[in-house]
Design a protein around this ligand. Sequence first.
Ligand code: ADP
Ligand code: MG
Length: 390
Amino acid sequence: MKTLRDLGDLGGKRVLVRVDFNVPLDNGIVADDLRIRAALPTIEELRRSGARIVLVSHLGRPKDREPSLSLAPVGARLSELLAAPVRVAPGVVGDDVQAEVDGLGDGEVLLLENVRFELGETKNDPDFARSLASFADVYVDDAFGAAHRAHASTEAVARLVPEHAAGLLLEREVNTLKGVLADPARPLVSVLGGAKVSDKIGVIDAFRERADTILIGGAMCFPFLAAQGHSVGDSLCAREDVELARGILETDSSARAELRLPVDLVIGQRFAEDTEALELDGLDVPDGWMGLDIGPKSASAYADVIASAGTVFWNGPMGAFELAPFAAGTRAVAEAVAAAPGTTVVGGGDSGAALHRFGLADRVTHLSTGGGATLELIEGKALPGVEALN
Ligand code: ADP
Ligand code: MG
């Protein structure tokens, strides 16, 4: 993977930069600018080098050119953060956009419109990619969150612009996550929670051979508990996930990692803030109840394992942390990860949201901007956006 340092003098050159500005909007205002701020180091470095910067990103999943999915609010926020003007192009490609690109001065920034306004984007269409490439002397990809997708602005365009490289964010994401897999300080502890086993089975598999301990929480624990013969009541627990969990438990003795499940739970009658909540000193969820958090004994045992880890990788909350009665398990794990002396890496949108909610986001070594991309990298899959940068 080539990096910014492999590029020559960029003064006066047009640099097309794929960023991940897929941020939540609230009434036309950026509600969370984490992803915009994550791209600033690359943009600022390019500005210093005198490049003419053309930014390209997607936002949401437009079916058409929906004005509500325009990148204009993102341009406004980026301009504030850079303390410099950011022009927003009238479209993604075409003559009007070309004129804006031609008008850029050294160090100036133009943001193209939502790249998914063009149907060729998600089709990785070569003609559309050629139009994008015509704006660029150099291509830089800093959109780690989109690197698992082979789209025109992440894959095809890189092949059309011979001078290309990873931006600083993409480089740091890939190197940090590969480091966790290749040469982690031990013990390596992987904390896996969230909703679906089937989505994260590949991640469990990857860590079974690499990690020393895997701590399971969230709704992820119920297929395992069901496979062990516990009753799960109304807990989130898909039948096919129970089969996957059974397969994992059956081969458990040959895996490197010790797989740990909760020993107690917090249960509720509904997925709601005002439902009755009960601590269950055991694992058999009665009918009419659902497990919505790991219990205090489990949380404290998990926190101890995390405290003595050399490396921690955490993906997926330990419970329905959005609901106050079921947030304690996730909070305990988040605090343990924040306090851990080892290298701590957190991936996944909701896990990151939990860290933010508890005010701990800047207390981890690395908070990944990728969800799907992070998981696919951990699973050992090749990311098209990264492969294209060789
Ligand atoms: P991430 O985005 O970090 O990868 P996921 O999307 O897999 O995490 O899972 C996050 C969601 O899982 C949260 O919205 C949380 O409410 C939910 N969740 C966690 N534990 C449970 C549970 N026991 N029952 C129902 N939902 C749960
Ligand atoms: Mg999520």
